[in-house]
Design a protein around this ligand. Structure first.
Ligand code: C6P
Length: 418
């Protein structure tokens, strides 16, 4: 993750920001909600809710089809959202494909690029810390196209073990697909230097940026990767608005992912020619309201400043790690270093099952995630079936972390840990 050139706000006024999120006023079982599950999905601020509402109230129409006023307005809003998202990640707009989410974006790359343009015997390199979204699509592609898959391991601190990278980048490797920030360990991978090494070996690089784009400044031009996928719902945007950025020249060579309306140039009963990039990959009616909401989410995040958000989360993560230490009998998985990880901390309390921990926390209105976090191979590598995961965002406070610590004390008492 790179640092933002200009810091717009030296520190977050969290109380003021919290007022933007109506859901944070909610009470659960009579208590004030403490939402520590933003890695699963973030809450949505009023400007995003208003933008989606306004779109449906005033401009709703199908895009790229009609000649009437609403149709051109909706098309304009949709295409402006594409430009805005491109600016958000510092990338050329013609490489932005709107999809449902990161999962769909990575499936597009695995299906359209790997399965169709790679050949039997070619190798794709992944890592053991990947989310299922960056594993299963490659397994499907490998099965259909006869590709080999190889995996980078992690070290004991939950960082990527890069000792064997050059060997793995040698022929027949054609593509490396890695997560930018682990949704389990919080580890932030140095994609820029890994991508430089991959490109020097003639290997393309795809990045699962689901957990990095929402929390820090991610510049495509700086990272210099070939594919980058992320989800709007993890960055204050609506569910259903996801993004793939791909080098336009690669998109030109890739066959369509889905066939249907919008993605065509000319259709006869015998054959079809494709629309231009990126429309070739957007078959059917898109989620225009989702794109409009994502535009508003980009504006909202940038009005706060991504360096300020990162700094705030760094402080919260540091505090969270300290509180877990104080609670005692807690095993933390990952770097345990707020400078080397994002705002995600996975842990277990004694040998209490994570679902039991999650249920006790829920009684205190504290929302965390418990389970395998869609990363079963990583769980196996860590030697656990599941973990509890607390994840923070721009609206969380230090006192919410203290509430988590107190509720974990209850867990220890109830299950007689320590
Ligand atoms: N992780 C979590 O609780 P979608 O569901 O397509 O928007 O995002 C998939 C995805 C891909 N990569 C990473 C690193 C992710 O964290 C996620 C989503 C959520 O950890 C839901 S499983």
């Amino acid at each position: 993750m790179t640092t933002e050139a200009t810091v717009r706000s030296p520190a977050l006024d969290v109380e003021r920001l919290r007022a933007d999120f109506p859901i944070l006023q909610r009470r659960v079982a009579g208590r004030q909600l403490v939402y520590l599950d933003s890695a699963a999905t973030t809450q949505k601020p009023a400007p995003v809710l208003r933008a989606v509402d306004a779109y449906y109230a005033t401009s709703n129409a199908n895009v790229h089809r009609g000649v009437h006023a609403l149709a051109s307005e909706a098309t304009d809003l949709y295409e402006r959202a594409r430009q805005r998202v491109a600016r958000f990640i510092d990338a050329p707009a013609e490489g932005i494909v709107f999809l449902r989410n990161t999962t769909e974006a990575l499936n597009l790359v695995a299906s359209s690029y790997a399965r169709e343009l790679l050949t039997s015997g070619d190798r794709v390199v992944l890592s053991v810390m990947e989310h299922h979204s960056n594993l299963v699509p490659w397994q499907l592609a490998a099965e259909r196209a006869g590709l080999q898959l190889a995996y980078l391991d992690i070290d004991d601190s939950g960082r990527l073990d890069l000792a064997g990278l050059d060997e793995l980048l040698a022929p027949p490797t054609k593509l490396l697909s890695l997560v930018h920030m682990s949704n389990v360990l919080g580890t932030v991978n140095d994609i820029k230097s890994i991508a430089a090494r991959a490109h020097a070996a003639g290997v393309l690089v795809a990045v699962d940026a689901a957990q990095s784009v929402p929390h820090s400044t991610v510049s495509l031009r700086d990272l210099d990767v070939d594919f980058l996928a992320f989800s709007g719902h993890k960055m204050c945007g609506p569910m259903g608005a996801g993004v793939l950025w791909a080098r336009p020249e690669l998109l030109e060579r890739m066959p369509p992912f889905l066939g249907g309306g919008s993605m065509i140039s000319r259709v006869t009963l015998e054959r079809t020619t494709w629309n231009t990039v990126p429309h070739k990959f957007e078959a059917g009616t898109p989620d225009v309201a989702g794109a409009v909401g994502l535009h508003a989410a980009c504006d909202y995040i940038d009005s706060i400043g991504r360096s300020a958000i990162r700094e705030h989360e760094r402080g919260l993560t540091r505090h969270l790690l300290d509180v877990l230490d104080e609670v005692g009998d807690v095993t933390v998985y990952g770097p345990r270093d707020a400078d080397a990880q994002g705002g995600v901390v996975s842990f277990n309390v004694g040998d209490v099952h994570p679902h039991d921990v999650g249920t006790i926390l829920d009684r205190s209105a504290i929302a965390v995630r418990a389970g395998h976090h869609c990363a079963q191979p990583l769980m196996r590598r860590l030697g656990v079936a599941a973990t509890v995961r607390a994840s923070v965002y721009l609206y969380n406070t230090h006192s919410e972390i203290d509430s988590l610590g107190a509720a974990l004390g209850d867990v220890k008492r109830i299950f007689k840990v320590g």
